[in-house]
Design a protein. Structure first.
Length: 244
């Protein structure tokens, strides 16, 4: 039986690379791509996934819109069955130093990154329980959620919150055989690092290089596997040795 795996924010960046990596490595799956505005980019990812002989479909919704999340996810589950895997990757950053941080910069980041945890998982988890799916939930935090970062009080708060929520949910779902783990990337080659002083940042990384999206994707792929059934409530950072 094919396993449905929902990956939020999968039209670009780490989400896209994760969807492609999983499609390359697994054939007994169906990828459920998600986008908010970039439907055209999501269609391109879908086409590439299908070139690996893996089925894919696209859900388009705003993870900050609770009603929309519930309606679209519930309808997809009704039509295609409960999810086996959920990768909560979608998120945003609105960097600014705290003394001049605007209200919307705080609210947008918290509502998206942390609010999205509730909005996406709430309609999906119960169906996993009711159908006795021993599934996998993987959240995406950040090294900023572990160690903090200047100019990212809002982002760090949201990503630290994801860690706490992941650990708590893992305790609730462990007896159901559903694992809940968190991946915390360091500095990864995506458009989120545009504008940062890369050469200066490399000096802070023991490996002296920026991470590749597929290095995050490979970890997500493992945590989705049957072999990872005894790993839950963990936070694993992919960061080249930063802030060990």
């Amino acid at each position: 039986m094919d396993k449905n795996i929902l990956i939020t924010g999968s039209s670009r960046g780490i989400g896209k690379e994760t969807a492609l990596y999983i499609a390359k490595k697994n054939k007994d799956i169906k990828i459920v791509l998600h986008c908010n505005k970039n439907k055209e980019k999501a269609e391109a990812v879908k086409t590439e996934i299908e070139s690996y002989n893996v089925e894919a479909r696209i859900l388009q919704f705003d993870i900050t819109n609770r009603k929309q999340c519930f309606e679209i996810i519930s309808k997809d589950i009704e039509q295609n069955g409960a999810y086996y895997g959920i990768v909560l990757n979608a998120g945003i950053a609105r960097d600014n130093v705290f003394p001049v941080m605007e209200e919307n910069e705080w609210d947008d980041v918290l509502n998206t990154n942390l609010g999205g945890f509730y909005n996406v998982l709430k309609p999906a988890v119960m169906s996993m329980i009711e159908n006795r799916v021993k599934g996998r939930i993987i959240t995406m935090s950040s090294i900023s959620g572990l160690a903090g970062n200047r100019g990212q009080v809002n982002y760090s708060a949201s990503k630290a919150g994801i860690i706490g929520a992941t650990k708590a949910l893992s305790l609730e779902l462990a007896k159901r055989g559903i694992t809940v783990n968190c991946v915390a990337p360091g500095v990864i080659e995506t458009d989120m690092i545009n504008g940062i002083p890369v050469e200066e940042v490399k000096k802070m990384i023991p490996m002296k290089r920026i991470g590749r999206p597929e290095e995050v994707a490979s970890l997500v792929n493992y945590l989705l596997a049957e072999d990872a059934s005894y790993i839950t409530g963990q936070v694993i950072s992919v960061n080249g040795g930063m802030y060990r």
